[in-house]
Design a protein around this ligand. Structure first.
Ligand SMILES: [Zn+2]
Length: 302
């Protein structure tokens, strides 16, 4: 299934998108953006149309998307007044990814502070597992330290259901990379993606942490090209995933990643670039649906 999917998708992209692919990589390697959003809440307005349209314009073949309407706090001192129920926001994401199933899968955005893991959420995820690639945790916007026990029911569900988890990391007290490392060490069966590799830091500590655990990965969202390459050199190309937060800055968000994609093309081997741009995402997010294809994403090559 994984191989079929990859081959079908490469074909699809080759036919319809390659002429416009500003980011086209040598050999036509597919690009999966492992970190995108939709949703309108507080100061965020990320439209479904903008995401799809910019993927097309920039030649992004596939994206993992989550609905940021799950944020519980704007800042530690400001709670979202009108909370969007956890099930509502994820149902909305499901409708969107279902309608675009050839290019999207979603992460279930959790609300551990104001709600919690429920039987309903669990059934929703398992009934829609083909569209739901994992969980999304945002400790800062949930105002909940990643080590808080209110995450435990979600972590247990992720372990049972073989769901990888993307976790926002930064220098604030809730989102520390070292705290995520400690959780990842306690849950070796779960793959954790350390989103941003410590936003607003020089990424050095995060790179060390990612290198030290087999189930802890890094993504390139808001990471400089130099740091991203250093992460690949130090952790290995199978530990770093391409991600962007698109369309956080509108339809031109991908422009900010042009330098990164050029650097990946120029400084990594074809195999390393393939890992970062699609191979790791295929292995981590699609493995649950294709256990027989474990680790073999050769079909993504054209
Ligand atoms: Zn994000």
């Amino acid at each position: 299934m994984l191989l079929e999917f990859s081959a079908a998708f490469s074909h699809h992209c080759g036919k319809h998108m390659r002429a416009l692919c500003i980011f086209a990589q040598p050999g036509g390697v597919m690009i999966i953006d492992s970190h995108t959003h939709i949703g309108s809440i507080a100061c965020f307005h990320l439209s479904e149309h903008t995401l799809i349209d910019s993927m097309r314009r920039y030649g992004i073949d596939f994206a993992i998307v989550s609905n940021l309407e799950g944020i519980e706090y704007i800042s530690p001192h400001e709670k979202i007044e009108r909370q969007v129920p956890q099930m509502d926001l994820n149902r909305k994401a499901l409708v969107f990814v279902r309608a675009n199933a050839d290019i999207l899968r979603m992460l279930f955005w959790i609300k551990p502070n104001t709600e919690g893991m429920t039987e309903e959420a669990r059934s929703f995820i398992s009934a829609n597992r083909e569209h739901i690639a994992g969980l999304k945790i945002h400790p800062f916007h949930s105002r909940l330290h990643i080590s808080d026990e209110r995450y435990l029911p979600y972590l247990d569900a992720a372990r049972e259901m073989r769901l990888p988890i993307e976790v926002h990391t930064s220098f604030d007290e809730y989102s520390r990379p070292s705290a995520l490392h400690d959780i990842a060490a306690r849950y070796p069966e779960i793959d954790f993606i350390m989103v941003h590799m410590g936003l607003g830091t020089d990424n050095c500590e995060s790179i060390d942490l990612i290198r030290s655990l087999p189930n802890l990965y890094g993504d390139t969202t808001w990471v400089s090209p130099d740091s991203a390459i250093r992460a690949v050199r130090e952790c290995g190309s199978r530990k770093i995933l391409f991600g962007t937060d698109s369309p956080i800055d509108g339809s031109g968000t991908y422009e900010r990643y042009a330098a990164l994609l050029r650097t990946i093309r120029d400084q990594l081997t074809a195999g390393e670039a393939h890992d970062v741009l699609c191979g790791n995402a295929l292995r981590i997010f699609f493995n649950g649906m294709a256990p027989a294809s474990n680790g073999d994403e050769a079909g993504a090559h054209e």
